[in-house]
Design a protein around this ligand. Structure first.
Ligand code: SF4
Ligand code: SF4
Ligand code: SF4
Length: 476
């Protein structure tokens, strides 16, 4: 694959791209760590790299070069963890982690308590199936290690496989709360919640935040992504979660040609549902099980933002979304809105959020405004949990002028705040190690290490952990 060019006025050949930066990546075929060029071409951002064994390849990094370049100004200094767990030996991304070269602490840690599932989704980054169940002792060790590294951890998300199948999942979540984790989340497909009264009653006791797989409102979407019709099951799960007043974040995986057209419908549905405090749209990451795809044509953050603007009848505009500064700002974008009797007011319409979170061209603010910046930093973070006290306080501080004008009772604010987030995980095709080094979402593994989530899925760590766990003889 040679570089493309066209004749210039001096008779030289002009490249058809701007050479933007040089980074490192991995080969999607053999996972060798290789150099990668980041090119701006035809309004898009392309990664161009060469593996000595598999040759040249190109993949889409971002569909909107202007968005990508502008987002760099939201990159804020990281906060380092209290301790690191590994040494720098082979270089990133082979020393996870976190190794002393990592640039950010872990805002949100996942614990995969099992590998089994009650669905067999054709799209499953975790490649769920036969594998392991963690023991209470193993989870306790992981939580203790996380507390040692983080002090008072912000968010632990219990995941799998399908974590609701683990016989001790309720005790595990309670244990995390007892150890001082501020927000405990359950990442679930909702099937057991829809069907099991006893489990629902147990959830009511522990009251985790629910991170619910919710890809759309059409059966076709679920047939393609999940292998079966699930709309009724999802609606039932949500209805039951509303009955016990748990806070839910809908998590739609968005795949090219499958459900891009449902983005607005899911958003409007979430805005109206009494249990839903936010939506986290996730373009499908092509690891584990997934459909055939073209690495040059994938859904990403700017595309989802544009779809939201196009499909939400003006409720949200592209300018309402601001990149998240705590991780690398190309990883995620967020907005919050105040909802009242069907009226939706995005926070960036009443406060210049992007001015406060711009760390490069930003002016010095007087002290009261620094409080607003701190509130916005809390909201624009992977550790922000819609429905939590922290999110309510952050929103009430950031939106204080607006809320005072509107004479709002802050106690009732929770049900009026709505978060919309887009999170774009990297796969081996578009893995940018510069981005990975500031990751703030980590996988806690049984030996106490924290592996940045995109590295865990694409570099080979998941397979290593699974093989090691299988050897210890608890295969399920
Ligand atoms: S991703 Fe972070 S922890 Fe892992 S090797 Fe790179 S710098 Fe170290
Ligand atoms: S995507 Fe989730 S629900 Fe589907 S098989 Fe994988 S773990 Fe189970
Ligand atoms: S998990 Fe991936 S997309 Fe998310 S913050 Fe980490 S590097 Fe960025």
């Amino acid at each position: 694959m040679t570089q493309s060019a066209q004749p210039s006025s001096q008779g030289l050949q002009t490249a058809d791209h701007i050479f933007y930066s040089l980074t490192r990546s991995i080969c999607p075929h053999c996972r060798k760590v290789i150099d990668a060029q980041i090119l701006l071409k035809d309004g898009r951002v392309i990664m161009r790299k060469r593996c000595p064994d598999h040759g040249w390849m190109e993949s889409l990094v971002n569909s909107d070069a202007e968005y990508y370049v502008n987002s760099q100004k939201y990159n804020k200094p990281g906060n380092l963890p209290l301790k690191f767990s590994t040494e720098v030996v082979d270089g990133c991304p082979l020393d996870c982690g976190l190794c002393p070269e990592h640039k950010q602490h872990t805002c949100l840690a996942l614990i995969e308590v099992n590998t089994a599932c009650n669905l067999a989704c054709p799209t499953c980054f975790a490649n769920a199936g036969r594998g392991y169940n963690l023991s209470m002792e193993e989870v306790e060790g992981m939580l203790d290690s996380f507390v040692e590294l983080e002090g008072r951890p912000e968010v632990v998300q219990f995941s799998g496989g399908e974590p609701t199948l683990h016989p001790q999942i309720i005790d595990m979540m309670r244990m995390a709360q007892d150890k001082g984790v501020r927000h405990v989340m359950l990442n679930t497909n909702g099937v057991r919640i829809a069907r099991d009264d006893r489990f629902l009653a147990q959830l009511d006791q522990v009251r985790p935040f629910i991170y619910l797989q919710f890809d759309g409102l059409e059966d076709r979407t679920y047939r393609i992504l999940r292998g079966e019709d699930l709309v009724e099951t999802k609606l039932k799960a949500l209805e039951r979660l509303a009955e016990i007043d748990l806070d839910v974040i809908l998590v739609p995986a968005i795949e090219r040609g499958v459900n891009e057209h449902e983005i607005g419908a899911v958003l409007k549905f979430g805005l109206e549902h009494p249990a839903v405090r936010g939506i986290n749209f996730q373009p499908v990451t092509h690891v584990g099980r997934h459909q055939e795809f073209d690495p040059m044509d994938r859904v990403d953050i700017p595309e989802v933002i544009k779809a939201i603007a196009a499909q939400s009848d003006g409720l949200f505009l592209t300018e309402d979304f601001v990149p998240v500064p705590c991780c690398f700002p190309t990883c995620s974008a967020i907005t919050y809105a105040y909802i009242d009797e069907g009226e939706v007011t995005p926070l960036p319409r009443v406060l210049k959020v992007d001015d406060y979170l711009d760390y490069i061209t930003n002016r010095a603010f007087p002290n009261p405004e620094l409080d607003i910046r701190a509130a916005l930093e809390g909201l624009w973070s992977a550790s922000s949990v819609p429905g939590s006290q922290a999110a309510i306080q952050g929103f009430s501080c950031a939106g204080c002028n607006f809320l005072e004008q509107e004479n709002i009772d802050l106690q009732k604010l929770k049900k009026h705040i709505f978060m919309v987030r887009i999170q774009d995980f990297m796969d081996a095709y578009n893995m940018d190690i510069k981005t990975l080094m500031k990751c703030c979402v980590g996988q806690l593994v049984p030996d106490g290490r924290i592996i940045p989530f995109c590295a865990y899925n694409s570099v080979g760590y998941r397979e290593q952990v699974r093989a090691k766990m299988a050897l210890r003889g608890s295969a399920r």
